[in-house]
Design a protein around this ligand. Structure first.
Ligand code: DA2
Length: 276
């Protein structure tokens, strides 16, 4: 029987970017409708709530200066992937976000990171890379190039497991899969419908005990979640995930990021993890 003992949280360091200039003026994913108005003060309040929740849980939050000409910068998870203090920069698929990559790379250099790779191939940071204890799970199909996978493997020296995304609503890996406990290779939650048949089989083989999300919870972007090993911050509308998480010893914390959902992102998209 699976243990329901409370899990242990570990302190994290996150990089976030306030949505001071967030707006939806173009559409590069099916969630974005430039016809729908964004309530900017509400978006800011929702984002601050998320940041403050991290701080209250004892985590550190670094803030990136938002740029007026880059309305999607609030989705900071896309700007890089950091593991063991090594920074794999991003290269965006769409010209609308291209300049964000340099902003992130400059921030890391200014912070004293020395191992910063500006990649040759398209990768959208933690949008498509998820880190377990020893692997890098890597999405492809809509944004990150399959060629970014060997590039990441070479840079981090970790085995990369490529996963094919097939449903445009789940255009990034982190809209369909979340690592719950990164001290093991076994604890994830995911939505099978986002993946090709072969990738579903890979996930079943590697993660036989995974929490499998329903279509309804996935459609609420419930997998776009952040776990510190114990607390799982996730969109509050993904109600079906709360009990299964509790049954595994996690403490789900529902967040309302409804305004940012209009850009196609939620909790995880707003949160880049700085791993040492
Ligand atoms: C989890 N992450 C990082 C994301 N899924 N990012 C959301 C990006 C949204 C943006 N409008 C875009 O389409 O690129």
């Amino acid at each position: 029987m699976r243990s329901t003992a409370p899990r242990a949280a570990t302190p994290r360091r996150y990089l976030m970017c306030p949505p001071a200039h967030f707006r939806v003026t173009y559409s590069i994913n099916p969630w974005m409708d430039p016809g729908k108005p964004v309530d900017l003060p509400l978006a800011l309040a929702q984002w601050e709530d998320l940041r403050d929740r991290y701080l209250a849980l004892g985590h550190t939050v670094e803030e990136l200066e938002p740029r007026r000409e880059l309305p999607d910068m609030v989705f900071a998870a896309n700007g890089a992937t950091v593991v063991d203090g090594r920074v794999l920069g991003a290269r965006f698929a769409h010209p609308e976000r291209a300049e964000e990559a340099a902003v992130h790379a400059a921030w890391f250099r200014a912070q004293g990171y020395t191992d910063v790779l500006e990649p040759e191939h398209i990768n959208e940071g933690e949008g498509d890379f998820a880190v377990t204890a020893s692997w890098l799970l890597a999405g492809r199909g809509f944004r990150s190039s399959p060629l970014s996978h060997p590039e990441a493997q070479e840079f981090f020296g970790r085995p990369v497991i490529g996963l094919d995304l097939v449903d445009p609503r789940y255009y990034h890996l982190d809209t369909a899969l979340c690592v719950l406990d990164d001290t093991t290779d076994g604890e994830i939650m995911y939505y099978p419908g986002a993946f090709s048949a072969g990738s579903r089989e890979v996930l079943r083989r590697l993660f036989p005990d995974a929490l499998v999300a329903t279509e309804e919870d996935a459609a609420a972007l419930g997998l776009n979640a952040v776990s510190d090993g114990r607390h799982v911050l996730l969109p509050q509308a993904a109600v079906g995930l709360f009990e299964p998480l509790r049954a595994r010893g996690y403490e789900p914390i529902g967040m309302d990021l409804g305004e940012l959902l209009k850009g196609g992102g939620s909790v995880k998209c707003c949160t880049q993890e700085l791993r040492a």
